[in-house]
Design a protein around this ligand. Structure first.
Ligand code: GLN
Length: 464
């Protein structure tokens, strides 16, 4: 299911309402558990409106799934945490306003790891999402519902958020395209914060063209996000197949220990395919890569410990219904409302920020972050893009790693450096290990989404 195909269906007489009905039917019979809340009434109402007045806007009548960490006015938004049960935002995130302005139809909210903390979508209070390629496997995370919904043909487009890989990891595991924009390109207004300095909302689709289209819609300046940047975004227009001017850097550190042989082979196959299409490549080094995971988890958990303080059970979501003193209510709500992984991160983050340890952990991590960012800037001076495996291995089994938090953190080894540096990156399918898809990561210069999209597009065209 892609945007061109749907437009063709409309031209051949299918109504938006019929399409939306068939999507809800499919989701209701689905084994994936990709959606956690459906917006049936509003979606059908909007579909009828488009049928009556014609499909206007860049996404007129096109259905989309939204990660449950993005605020949607009138539609329950829980970050898949018990603590936000029943919370209905009174306002739309910036990206939702943009989607509505362009005529998209919001189908519902997609499953995710609780508060976007995870790599497998197993920590959701709604239960895990299943990988459409093999139902006993995870779809990746934390935006696993969005990726699985696209891969499973439930919606052509979806939004996720990426703090340390949460768009690219599930895109890779589910065999779809997913992009993490440059920090500042897409407004975070209305995205429930996990680690503000790292995250961006990003598009998912079945192909590069649809990702470019969705990025055109959601990117651009928003005064309500102080890190938002003024930038004219017309990525779809700039898309072409020519990569003869593209210089690829291949950082050895990203092909290191723990990378599955089949993954390595498929990604090298991708690099060679781009070379055949006129691009050139050199092997390069990003020397501080080995510190990325440690720096990322200290920074992300520190920011999370501060961000999640606002969930005190008084203003949003879960209520215990008993009148006790403030301290008791506050701790009971947190004890019952947050899952284990979220609690672990709040504790570790609070520790890293505490008076005696701040300099040793948090401040040090920030300094390392600067070194990592400089690595990328210097490597991308002589190259236009860097190519690496998105994930070290294909999708693992549900339950396989969930008992071992460290093993899960290690899976983010190739995605977190990109968030620390703030550069854009796209994951595009580049082959299979058995029946499981493999993703190739294409990283670009700050605000040069156009080149990573073009490289991904040329590669995708070559695969057909
Ligand atoms: N897996 C990483 C984490 O758990 C990334 C999550 C994300 O990007 N939201 O923090």
């Amino acid at each position: 299911m892609n945007v061109d195909g749907i437009r063709e269906m409309f031209q051949n007489g299918k109504s938006v309402e019929e399409l939306v009905h068939s999507i809800f039917d499919k989701i209701e019979h689905s084994k994936l558990n990709a959606f956690v809340t459906l917006a049936k009434e509003s979606a059908l109402e909007e579909a009828r409106r488009v049928d009556k007045h014609g499909a206007k806007g860049m996404l007129g009548g096109i259905p989309i799934g939204i990660k449950d960490s993005i605020s949607t006015k009138g539609i329950q938004t829980t970050c898949c945490s018990k603590i936000l049960e029943g919370y209905i935002p009174p306002y739309d995130a910036h990206v939702i306003e943009r989607l509505k302005a362009e005529g998209a139809i919001i189908i519902g909210k997609t499953n995710m790891d609780e508060f976007a903390m995870g790599t497998s979508t197993e920590t959701s209070c709604f239960g895990p999402t299943r990988n459409p390629w093999d139902l006993i496997r995870v779809p990746g995370g934390s935006s696993g519902g969005s990726a699985a919904a696209v891969a499973g043909g439930e919606v052509p487009l979806a939004l996720g958020s990426d703090t340390g890989g949460s768009v690219r990891c599930p895109a890779s595991f589910c065999g779809v395209v997913g992009l993490k924009p440059t920090y500042g390109l897409v407004s975070r207004y209305g995205l429930v914060a996990y680690a503000n300095s790292l995250e961006q909302i990003g598009p998912f689709a079945g192909n590069v063209k649809d990702v470019a289209l969705l990025l055109d819609v959601i990117s651009g300046y928003d005064p309500r996000d102080s890190t938002s940047v003024t930038k004219k975004c017309e990525y779809l227009k700039e898309l072409r197949e020519d990569v003869s001017d593209v210089k690829i850097g291949v950082p050895g550190e990203f092909f290191g220990e723990g990378i599955d042989e089949k993954v390595e082979k498929a990604v090298w196959g991708g690099i060679k395919a781009l070379e055949d299409r006129g691009a050139s490549y050199t092997e390069i080094s990003l020397p501080h890569t080995k510190y990325s995971l440690a720096a990322y988890y200290i920074i992300a958990m520190s920011e999370a410990s501060s961000n999640l303080a606002r969930f005190d059970g008084l203003r949003y979501g879960l209520r215990l219904g008993k009148d006790k003193d403030w301290h008791t209510t506050f701790s009971e709500i947190k004890a019952q409302g947050f899952g284990e992984e979220v609690k672990r991160r709040i504790l570790l983050g609070t520790y890293a920020l505490s008076a005696g340890y701040y300099g040793k952990y948090y401040l040090k991590a920030l300094k390392v972050r600067t070194l990592i960012k400089r690595d990328f800037e210097s490597a991308l001076k002589d190259t236009n893009v860097l190519i690496t495996p998105t994930m070290p291995f294909p999708a693992f089994k549900i339950g396989e790693k969930i008992g071992e938090p460290l093993a899960l953190y290690l899976a983010d080894v190739n995605t977190v450096p990109i968030n620390l540096a703030g550069v854009p990156s796209i994951s595009v399918p580049c082959g299979f290990a058995g029946k499981l898809p493999i993703g190739m990561q294409i990283i670009g210069r700050h605000f040069d989404e156009a080149t990573i999209l073009r490289t991904a597009y040329a590669f995708e065209r070559g695969m057909k």
